[in-house]
Ligand binder design. Structure first.
Ligand code: DLL
Length: 433
């Protein structure tokens, strides 16, 4: 089943023509309304009139997360605040988050894209959708919510946490689909089993999982434990939220990028040169239909591979392979994006700490854990245990307050952590997914 048959199955030529028309419009609009783009295009020596073919877009400069930070919070919006009806945010690289805004029409576009995604997973208005993505500044909760309502399905706005209650609702309300991070799906299944619930006999049929990397092995395990079909959904706040691309139930091999709304490219993260389809590269997106906050050639830092081969579902949109990793050091811990530089700036705000630290990321049972080891300056370290514990608690609290993740903190003596001659290797990621 296809939500928007006409646009999701457009022949390549028609799709290219539509993309070019929309690209020319959006490039003209950002050039004339956002000072940042005018300067960036001028510097690159390109004007909106230079975009005559789709290939011409390669002349446009990239947009990166730092640009969003430099224009924090609303500097890249193309419409006045009175036209913005919703704000969301995700992690920035240091203290401040990345802020995104939506007009009423953007919310409608996003809802339709999410409805498309749900239909690609085989859902209809008759489904009951248990939505355990977090509601709030994170785009997962409200994104899925609006898409489910747009489809006419029944949505249970669970949000994250309260696992026992989630399991009770799964038993009592009988949802047919579940949306959450893949690691939370595994956690739920284990907790349910611990509680004596036969998780395979629930009404669940389909799961739509994303917001963090996962693997074929995890898919297998989720499907076995919950007795469902597990599908991958991808997106990022900057581009719209979830619903940038979605795996279809028929193909189950790569995620269709909704190309009537986004142009996707893959580039070599070192040189910025485009790489051919079929080769691994960093995903770069241009939003074609966003009103409030269109982005031109946004570098995601997510690594993947584009696949042109036709899909048996009939959709013509190019597929991206599941994301294989990042070309920067961003971590996703229990669904929360965290940059080591953010942790560093929290640590630097606390007196007595040295700028030497190590982050150890692991998975205990199904849940991610983060341990922070940080050096103390010598005079503080000789202090009594109670004072040290107080500092550890303060770090834990600040990390939770600023970044939303729970960390175990361990203070270590001055000069005890490894030193690096080149680029510091501060992250030890022991997770196997
Ligand atoms: O994670 C949006 C989302 C919500 C997607 C719910 C899917 C489901 P951000 O918080 O801005 O937005 O984080 C975006 O998460 O650049 C990827 O690194 C990672 N990511 C998202 N989906 C996937 C996925 C949401 N399916 C960042 N596989 C992205 C791997 C994913 N990584």
């Amino acid at each position: 089943m296809i939500f928007n048959e006409e646009f999701e199955t457009l022949p390549r030529e028609a799709l290219d023509a539509l993309q070019l028309k929309r690209l020319q419009q959006v490039v003209g609009r950002v050039y004339h309304t956002v000072g940042f783009y005018k300067r960036a295009f001028d510097e690159a020596g390109v004007t909106p009139d230079d975009i005559r073919t789709l290939d011409d877009m390669r002349r446009l400069p990239f947009t990166v997360k730092q640009d969003l930070r430099d224009n924090y919070p609303f500097g890249l919006f193309t419409v006045p605040m009175s036209n913005i009806v919703r704000l969301h945010a995700s992690s920035g690289t240091t203290g401040k988050p990345t802020v995104v805004g939506y007009t009423q029409r953007d919310i409608e576009t996003w809802s339709r894209l999410m409805a498309r995604s749900l239909v690609a997973a085989g859902l209809t208005k008759n489904d009951i959708i248990h939505n355990a993505y977090g509601y709030g500044l994170f785009t997962g909760g409200l994104g899925v919510h609006y898409g489910a309502e747009r489809l006419g399905a029944s949505v249970i706005p669970m949000s994250g946490g309260s696992t026992k209650k989630q399991i009770m609702i799964l038993q009592d309300f009988g949802p047919t689909a579940i949306c959450c991070t893949p690691s939370y799906a595994l956690y739920l299944s284990e907790r349910g089993e611990d509680m004596g619930v036969d998780m395979r006999s629930l009404n669940l049929r389909v799961g739509i999982f994303g917001a963090e990397p996962w693997s074929e092995k995890m898919r297998q395990e989720i499907e076995d434990r919950l007795g469902i079909t597990a599908l991958d959904i991808y997106g990022l706040s900057e581009i719209i939220g979830p619903g940038v691309s979605m795996e279809c139930a028929e193909g189950r091999n790569g995620l269709h990028v909704f190309e009537d709304h986004f142009i996707v490219e893959t580039i070599d993260p070192e040189t910025g040169e485009n790489v051919p389809h079929g080769e691994e590269g960093e995903l770069v997106f241009t939003s074609l239909t966003k009103e409030a906050f269109p982005l031109i050639r946004y570098r995601t830092r997510d690594m993947s591979r584009l696949m042109e081969e036709p899909c048996r579902c009939g959709r013509t949109h190019v597929r991206m392979e599941r994301v294989s990793g990042r070309s920067d050091d961003m971590l996703i811990i229990r669904g929360v994006n965290v940059f080591p530089s953010q942790i560093e700036s929290v640590l630097l705000g606390i007196e007595g700490l040295e700028p030497h630290y190590e982050l150890i990321v692991d998975r205990e049972g199904r849940l991610d854990t983060l341990e922070i080891r940080v050096e103390m300056s010598e005079d503080v370290f000789s202090d009594e245990i109670k004072a040290l514990q107080e500092i550890e608690r303060r770090i834990t609290r600040d990390i939770k307050d600023y970044l939303g993740v729970t960390a175990k903190v361990k203070l270590v003596g001055s000069q005890t952590l490894k030193r690096f001659e080149g680029k510091a290797q501060r992250v030890i990621d022991r997770r196997e997914i």
